[in-house]
Design a protein around this ligand. Structure first.
Ligand code: R1P
Ligand code: URA
Length: 290
């Protein structure tokens, strides 16, 4: 079935609406970062860059490293932006933009998020790296898609909802597994692993109390103490659950590695978070392309 012009939105040059790139500009392996300034910090390691584009907070560089074609793209902050970027990148790969028809041959993509995050366990220090074996969505995005229950894990979600006494006024939390094959490439003695919790904000939704009190006030303690057969919540950020959920529903692989810039239990923030992020980028690129 073809798509209305208001549904599959293209720019005048045929590029897709927000990401502002055409199918030929997209590599099969895509690194997503939140911060638009981080795109150049990734692509400066490439051996060559073939294409650059930008629109709003979405900057894209495509090039080659160690013989592997890579796209790095900034999503900005939050799962609302992940909905835009992942829908458009999947459309570039799997919809014929001229006819609006879904292509017969599925093109599988691999997404790796290089992010920043706050640790929710005392033994995950600032300046370390955390791989999300699972994404825990406290944001609600996946419930807007038919069939999303198929990629969720109801048993662990139910245990979490009971443990934290999750309010019925908020969207049901959802849990999606990350890609094991990408995890195997990135994991080492340098990385921690656990459930990456994705919040719909940085302050109240992550238990930060400036002038407005978060509800519940002890959300972080409730998350930290959750333990499902040894599987614990390691960290808080704002994109991973939607990345894992949409990628899984679309048939793609996805994994997040996050530089820990804050430890919420110890109340610490990294003294040089940009150095830590740069080191994590080098570490991850090396392991992804070797
Ligand atoms: C908040 O400071 C932002 O930083 C984290 C959060 O997920 C949120 O997007 O990730 P990035 O550094 O990748 O943006
Ligand atoms: N990003 C987040 O979303 N939370 C933190 O605590 C740090 C980075």
């Amino acid at each position: 079935m073809s798509k209305a012009a208001s549904e599959l939105v293209l720019n005048a040059d045929g590029s897709i609406y927000h990401c502002n790139i055409k199918p030929e500009h997209l590599a099969d392996t895509i690194i997503t970062v939140g911060d638009p300034n981080r795109v150049e910090k990734v692509s400066r390691h490439f051996d060559s860059i073939e294409h650059k584009a930008s629109k709003r907070e979405i900057i894209t560089h495509t090039g080659t490293l160690n013989g592997q074609r890579l796209t790095v793209i900034s999503t900005g902050m939050g799962t609302d932006n992940i909905d835009i970027v992942f829908s458009e990148l999947d459309a570039l790969a799997n919809i014929d933009l001229e006819t609006g028809e879904i292509k017969k041959d599925f093109r599988k993509l691999s997404f790796v998020r290089f992010g920043t995050s706050g640790a929710l366990q005392a033994d995950i220090p600032v300046d370390s790296y955390v791989i999300g074996s699972h994404g825990l969505g406290l944001d609600g995005l996946l419930h807007y898609y038919v069939g999303s229950e198929a990629v969720m894990n109801k048993e662990i979600e139910d245990a979490f909802i009971k443990h934290v006494d999750w309010s019925a006024n908020k969207a049901r939390p959802y849990l999606v597994k990350g890609s094991e094959s990408i995890l195997n490439k990135l994991a080492s003695e340098k990385t921690h692993q656990g459930i990456t919790a994705t919040a719909c904000g940085f302050y109240g939704p992550q238990g930060r109390f400036l002038r407005l009190q978060p509800n519940p006030a002890d959300i972080n303690e409730r998350l930290t103490s959750f333990d499902y057969d040894g599987l614990k919540i390691s960290n808080f950020e704002m994109e991973t659950s939607a990345i894992y959920g949409l990628a899984a529903m679309m048939g793609h692989d996805a994994l997040s590695i996050n530089a820990i810039v804050a430890n919420r239990i110890l109340g610490e923030f990294s003294a040089d978070s940009y150095k830590t992020i740069d080191e994590m980028i080098e570490y991850s690129l090396e392991r992804l392309t070797k």
